[in-house]
Design a protein around this ligand. Structure first.
Ligand code: NAD
Length: 385
């Protein structure tokens, strides 16, 4: 029988949990044995007793959980210390993010642990229910707007009162992926005037369907790509983009940046020179701050004021909505486990790593002491060099 271990997150500020009493109940129903580390769900408002009521056994520490299990379920990438405590040949289901932290990825590799990297799940219809990037980005987009509304010394909606009329806030959003779309929807619900831009012109309709205005930038020639992801912008595109957004940014009360290019540093879309053109008291929330930042003067983990503009570099926004972030992430993980342990002719609930399978092949970045994912290998080589 396969044993699953739900670890308590050890990284600073990680409040999410990779399982909930609901998903534990589903694992138990399927026949898995489930161990949960003491306090694993506490920051997400789940008590140990909620997990034991669902059928889990509570384990006091990480090392003993790892030694008794085949699969470790986590949210954040393993730390070097955690990787060192994991059993050779076991499977870790968590984020990996080798480019951000090659040292930890190397420790997983050296420990002989396989890592199903949640961020590598392909963006396909079949894999949608395992797509943690989407479930968490949605939360980040929502929370970015709420933080902006709290940090801004103005109302978001238009108000007509006996004491006078208040104009609605103007919000500009860079990047209309999952987080950007949720940010548009949330800012509209609060009553703001919303404009948005993206390197992928095809998102115009989605922006408009949410009541936003799309700021068009002429795409580079040959910019069409079958991939759902953006490519890095050319220098020429960056100039056209800066010209197109300049007036909107200068009038904005809030700018929210969500633009990312997978495998690359986040593009700088709001450089310091543009910040200087903004209104005194305006707010920028930089969701790409951990990937280098869409604004070159925002600071990860801090809220700072520069040139009269408040720059919010708060990290791990999904972790600030820990209950629902955990609920959705835990379901993503449960679907991964279901996929790795198919029901058919599998009475012993064996893990089957079929690398021909599109989802497994793409997401198992490290296996049996080898790196199977080229960008992860490159990140490790760069770190060693
Ligand atoms: P992301 O986090 O990689 O990037 C956010 C946005 O930034 C993207 O829309 C991107 O085009 C934009 N961007 C990048 N560089 C830019 C630049 N220089 N200027 C302006 N904008 C820039 O994106 P994401 O939220 O992960 O979504 C990526 C794509 O995947 C979207 O098309 C999304 O709809 C799609 N998606 C598909 C599925 C599915 O089919 N199952 C699931 C989730 C997302």
């Amino acid at each position: 029988m396969t044993t699953l271990f739900v670890a308590k997150e050890s990284r600073d500020g990680e409040t999410r949990c990779a399982a909930t009493p609901e998903t534990v109940g589903r694992y138990i129903k399927r026949g898995f044995k489930v161990l949960v580390q003491t306090g694993a769900g506490e920051a997400a408002s789940y008590r140990d007793s909620d997990f034991s009521d669902s059928g889990a056994e509570i384990i006091s520490d990480f090392a003993s959980g790892c030694s008794q299990s085949d699969v470790v379920l986590k949210v954040a990438r393993a730390t070097v210390e955690e990787a060192g405590l994991m059993k050779k040949g076991s499977l870790l289901v968590s984020f990996l993010q080798a480019a951000q932290d090659p040292g930890s990825a190397k420790a997983v590799l050296d420990a002989g642990v396989s890592n199903f990297a949640m961020e590598l799940v392909p963006r396909t219809t079949l894999a949608q229910k395992m797509d943690a990037l989407s479930s968490q980005a949605n939360i980040a987009g929502y929370k970015a707007v709420l933080i902006a509304a709290c940090e801004l010394g103005r109302y978001f909606p238009l108000l007509m009162t006996a004491a006078g009329t208040v104009k609605p806030a103007r919000v500009v959003i860079f990047g209309v992926g999952v987080a950007g779309l949720q940010a548009i929807a949330t800012a509209k619900r609060l009553g703001a005037i919303v404009e948005a831009t993206d390197i992928r012109p095809e998102v115009k309709e989605q922006v408009e369907s949410l009541g936003g205005k799309f700021i068009e930038v002429k795409p580079d020639d040959g910019g069409e790509d079958a991939s759902v992801y953006a490519k890095e912008a050319s220098d020429d595109y960056k100039k056209r983009q800066a010209a197109a957004v300049g007036a909107s940014v200068a009038q904005a009360d809030v700018v929210i940046t969500t633009a990312q290019v997978p495998g690359a540093k986040a593009p700088v879309l709001v450089p310091e020179a543009m910040v200087k053109t903004m209104k005194f008291g305006a707010v920028i929330v930089d969701l790409a701050v951990e990937q280098g930042g869409n604004c070159d003067i925002s600071e990860a983990g801090k809220i700072v004021v520069k040139h009269g503009v408040k720059l919010v570099g708060t990290t791990n926004l999904p972790g600030t909505v820990a209950v629902h972030a955990s609920q959705l992430y835990a379901r993503n993980v449960q679907h991964v486990v279901d996929h790795l342990v198919p029901t058919k002719e599998n009475d012993n609930l064996e893990i089957r790593l079929d690398f021909e399978d599109e989802i497994i092949g793409a997401s198992i970045a490290i296996h049996g002491g080898e790196v199977r994912h080229q960008p992860t290998a490159t990140a490790l080589q760069l770190a060693t060099a």
